[in-house]
Design a protein around this ligand. Structure first.
Ligand SMILES: CC(=O)N[C@H]1[C@@H](OP(=O)(O)OP(=O)(O)OC[C@H]2O[C@@H](n3ccc(=O)[nH]c3=O)[C@H](O)[C@@H]2O)O[C@H](CO)[C@@H](O)[C@@H]1O[C@H](C)C(=O)N[C@@H](C)C(=O)N[C@H](CCC(=O)O)C(=O)O
Ligand SMILES: Nc1ncnc2c1ncn2[C@@H]1O[C@H](COP(=O)(O)OP(=O)(O)OP(=O)(O)O)[C@@H](O)[C@H]1O
Ligand SMILES: N[C@H](CCC[C@H](N)C(=O)O)C(=O)O
Ligand SMILES: [Mg+2]
Length: 471
């Protein structure tokens, strides 16, 4: 592709790729220079040009010498739109999911439901890039724009026609998925998280709402978990833009949840849709997994799926890695679950999911991440104090913070809790104290494979550690 095709000018230089990090610039690259949270990408423009950048997308006031300056007050957005022209074509059917909790689960279930309907489907999110054959990690929930678009194009080349991806609030505010047309967008819920980055709840919500206000195609569909207090605002936005609206949940109109009966290994959902009542035997426990399954079903229906068939397929959904995953059953019969709950709301949801299955005590092991919203720590402590019978506060990715300080903040909300900093020792203690009718819940890390201490990632997997402790 010639540069002129992107700039509208007559430049004949051949574009070989796109980069947002000057260390990834090769001859023929278009470099995006963005102001970041840590550093200003404009400081690397000269180095990018020396490395062979032929054009730089940057604010009008940035200085670009020796390459074409593609000036835009919103360089991230402009860069994304140009990169999308370069990387296209993409899968024809795309669905994005936003919300504080449930994005990973919903995109994974959407992928599974599309596959059951016979489509070549993929998902991109916290778990990585997932197809029917493999899973490749990208490190972020919503990868950077270049990684994202190149992966999406790669999936299309492999024959993927249906893609569901997670639109995190960071991703939305940094235009990490801009340029990929979105046919359907879902909202799961809003609660406290990431205030270290967004500052306050209103800004955090506005970042998420970009998905509906700007990213979703004008003729696309909005799928809303109607039982969240923020749902009406999302619904109003969709109506205002003239998007097709699909609402799910007890307050939902498209898929109305009228009954939910937990069973030993799953639950039966009674759903009213299109004037008929459907019974879905979901093989997953917990109200939150039912919510995510219905939101996923909403996305599949929004993109052409048959209501009856899609609901019937929910009976064959496979568990999502690290979300209420049963790691092991202790020798005395107590089951040990691993869950990715790392917000106050998620912790409450995970506890609520296991409560109906607990005849004895619910023993909880949890912590909170360093270099992340400190305000959520005490609230997570409170959620544990209210919901768990025994709570053990431990470390979860302290990153560059003092882990003892993080635990202290959590303990303010859970003064009765036991403190065991070493995560392996905390898990061992929980399993050792469990009696036959108790349940152990290890929260916060889910699928994660490491404990981040300082800049180091030490290998750590809750599921393997639990199995070792129970052996
Ligand atoms: C706070 C945040 O979102 N940071 C991400 C973001 O950084 P930024 O734009 O603020 O970048 P910066 O480091 O200040 O640098 C500014 C610019 O200069 C460039 N640069 C920088 C250094 C250099 O030597 N040369 C150079 O060109 C950078 O590539 C960047 O474009 O863009 C970077 C490049 O893509 C990401 O690596 C970085 O993720 C950091 C590592 C991170 O931890 N992000 C987390 C918080 C995150 O994004 N999480 C969300 C939500 C999680 C969830 O709830 O699921 C996610 O989607 O994963
Ligand atoms: N619909 C929901 N409502 C409340 N809590 C939920 C819901 N879905 C998931 N959770 C809780 O949040 C945890 C994370 O779920 P999931 O990974 O699907 O969310 P996510 O939005 O992708 O999270 P992240 O922002 O870290 O990527 C789960 O392990 C569970 O504890
Ligand atoms: N995507 C989330 C994951 C948090 C997982 C938890 N284990 C932690 O490290 O806080 C974040 O970056 O905030
Ligand atoms: Mg996720």
């Amino acid at each position: 592709m010639k540069l002129g095709m992107l700039t509208g000018g007559d430049e004949t230089a051949i574009v070989t790729g796109f980069a947002i990090d000057h260390r990834k610039v090769a001859p023929g690259t278009i470099f995006g220079a963005f102001e970041g949270a840590r550093v200003n990408g404009e400081d690397f423009i000269a180095a990018a040009v020396r490395a062979g950048a032929i054009a730089v997308v940057a604010r009008p006031e940035a200085v670009v010498e020796g390459a074409v300056h593609i000036a835009d007050a919103n360089p991230r957005g402009r860069f994304a739109d140009l990169a999308a022209q370069f990387f296209a074509p993409f899968p024809a059917v795309t669905a994005a999911v936003t919300g504080t909790n449930g994005k990973t689960s919903t995109v994974e279930m959407t992928r599974q439901l599309w596959r059951m309907a016979g489509f070549h489907a993929a998902s991109i999110g916290t778990l990585g890039v997932t197809t029917a054959d493999e899973r490749v990690s990208t490190g972020l929930t919503t990868p950077d724009i270049v990684t994202f678009l190149s992966n999406v194009a790669g999936l299309a080349r492999e024959g993927v026609t249906h893609l569901a991806f997670e639109a995190s609030s960071h991703g939305l505010s940094q235009y990490r998925t801009q340029g990929l047309p979105v046919r359907a967008a879902a909202f799961t819920n809003l609660s406290r998280d990431h205030l270290d980055y967004h500052g306050d709840m209103a800004t955090y919500f506005t970042a998420k709402m970009r998905l509906f206000a700007e990213v979703l195609a004008e003729d696309g569909a909005a799928v809303v978990w109607a039982d969240d207090p923020h749902a009406p605002q999302v619904e109003d936005l969709a109506r205002m833009r003239g998007n097709r609206l699909i609402t799910v949940g007890e307050h939902g109109k498209t898929l109305r949840l009228i009954g939910r009966t937990p069973s030993l290994l799953g639950q039966t959902l009674e759903i009213e849709a299109d004037g008929a009542v459907h019974f879905v035997r979901l093989p997953l426990i917990g109200a939150y997994q039912a919510a995510n399954a219905l939101t996923a079903a909403g996305l599949v229906i929004a993109t052409g799926g048959d209501i009856g068939q899609t609901l019937a397929n929910c009976a064959r959904l496979q568990p999502v890695r690290g979300r209420l995953e049963r790691a092991v059953i202790a020798p005395n019969g107590a089951p040990v679950y691993v869950d990715y709950a790392h917000t106050p709301d998620a912790l409450e949801a995970a506890i609520a999911a296991l409560k109906p299955h607990t005849e004895g005590r619910l023993i909880l092991v949890f912590g909170a991440g360093g270099d992340r919203d400190p305000g959520k720590r005490q609230l997570m402590g409170q959620a544990a104090a209210v919901g768990a019978d025994v709570a053990i506060v431990t470390d979860d990715n302290p990153r560059t913070e003092d882990p003892a300080e993080i635990r202290r903040a959590i303990l303010k909300g859970a003064p009765q809790a036991t403190e065991i900093g070493d995560r392996g020792a905390a898990i061992a203690a929980a399993i050792a104290m469990a009696e036959p009718h108790d349940i152990v819940l290890i929260a916060g890390k889910g699928h994660e494979q490491g404990q981040i201490v300082g800049e180091m990632v030490l290998p750590f997997d809750d599921v393997s550690v639990a199995r070792e402790c129970a052996a």
